[in-house]
Write a protein of this length. Structure first.
Length: 401
């Protein structure tokens, strides 16, 4: 059991209070704090002390992968920790984005390398599914609406410029009409973009104040426009399902599913990849052809309710098909229970209160709110007790099977 020193990512969309409060630091922080990273991702590996030496978790894993990850994990993913655990504190909206599946990522990365384009849209040859568990009500854009609903949302604004997009949706016979509508919006003529987006935002401001099924979605556009004025993603967001994920529930982002986080606080686990294709609400590059090749309008981004683990009524798991990761949540009490998952590489985060981890050899590690640790595969038979909430990330191919 190794106490981790996580990495804080100071992205501009982050909160100056949420992560500081979680870790018991002075709030507000000097600048925005968007993500707390706990893992071995090369862009921000956590640090630990092992045998009196300060090391990165990346180095520890690479030196003895089977001891740290387990033979099964190494056989499937190689000598790298396949997941990254995060805490997200979104005060402003993140970009609308989509991620490739494993086959797409491998083929695209190989093609990109063959073309000698190191600055292409793919950072690695891994997929990037994600699971976000809400620690506060979390506002999101998650997957496409149905064709009929998307048409109704656009038509409700009463703008002549949107009529051709609405026509694409109503004339379509399958979900590919949604992709065509997205293409039309993202490829809007450059000389007309400013006036077009402004007209849509103004119309949304009017409709947000009127009773109706889509008032919240219109209101979200107005709020997002404060941070991304003139961005075509504001209009594209109306094609997407707008919702608020309740505390304690999770959102699973599969490959091909268009999504964006609007605001909220939560624990996220993801495959250890940087492959992101953006559709808007960003100052970064938007590669429309590649985005449209990867996005799948039939993919839904489901809300996942936790399932109680058999034999351990205080531990829940968020079931999803990702083989790279699984997320468990335990309500820790004074009665010691087995830590789940029991084997494989694991990263544990205390989200509230205190959790006391006991190893089979008598070793003890105390985690207070905001603290985390790495548990190698070689650490088996661990129990947890205390008073709080503990999240544990492990591998999905073992947990979900």
């Amino acid at each position: 059991m190794d106490l981790l020193q996580p990495i804080i990512k100071p992205y501009a969309w982050g909160s100056r209070e949420a992560l500081a409060r979680l870790q018991g630091r002075v709030s507000p922080s000097p600048g925005p704090e968007a993500e707390l990273w706990m893992g071995a991702h090369p862009a921000g590996p956590s640090v630990l002390v092992r045998d009196g030496r300060t090391r990165t978790l990346t180095d520890v894993v690479s030196e003895a992968p089977e001891r740290e990850l387990g033979a099964e994990c190494v056989a499937r993913f190689g000598s790298r920790l396949p997941f990254l655990l995060k805490v997200l504190a979104a005060e402003q909206p993140l970009s609308i984005q989509v991620h490739p599946d494993r086959r797409q990522a491998e083929a695209a990365c190989k093609s990109q390398a063959g073309e000698g384009a190191p600055d292409g849209p793919y950072a690695d040859d891994w997929p990037k599914p994600e699971l976000l568990c809400a620690l506060s009500p979390f506002e999101v854009l998650a997957g496409f609406r149905t064709r009929e609903e998307a048409a109704a949302v656009l038509d409700g604004l009463g703008l002549v410029d949107l009529a051709p997009v609405t026509a694409l949706l109503t004339a379509g016979t399958d979900d590919s009409a949604l992709t065509r509508a997205l293409r039309t919006l993202l490829e809007w003529p450059a000389d007309r973009q400013g006036a077009f987006v402004a007209a849509v935002v103004d119309a949304c401001a009017v409709k947000a104040d009127e009773p109706g099924a889509y008032a919240d979605a219109y209101g979200a556009v107005v709020r997002m426009a404060e941070h991304h004025p003139g961005d075509l993603g504001l209009v594209a967001s109306l094609l997407m399902r707008h919702q608020v994920v309740d505390m304690g529930q999770a959102l699973y982002m599969p490959a091909g599913g268009l999504h964006a986080y609007v605001r909220g606080f939560g624990v996220e686990v993801m495959a250890a990849s940087d492959n992101v294709l953006r559709a808007g609400l960003t100052s970064k590059a938007v590669n429309v052809p590649e985005l449209l090749r990867i996005v799948d309008p039939t993919v839904r981004v489901p809300v996942v309710k936790p399932r109680t683990v058999d034999g351990n009524p205080r531990t829940e798991v968020f079931d999803c098909p990702a083989e790279e990761f699984a997320l468990f949540r335990t309500a820790v009490t004074a009665e010691a229970v087995p830590l789940l998952p029991p084997a494989g590489p694991r990263v544990a985060l205390c989200a509230a209160g205190e959790a006391l981890l006991r190893g089979s050899g008598g070793e003890v590690l105390s985690l207070r709110a905001g603290a985390s640790c790495f548990l190698p595969d070689s650490d088996r038979g661990i129990t947890v007790e205390g008073a709080g909430i503990l999240f544990v990330a492990g591998t999905g191919f073992q947990a979900h099977s």
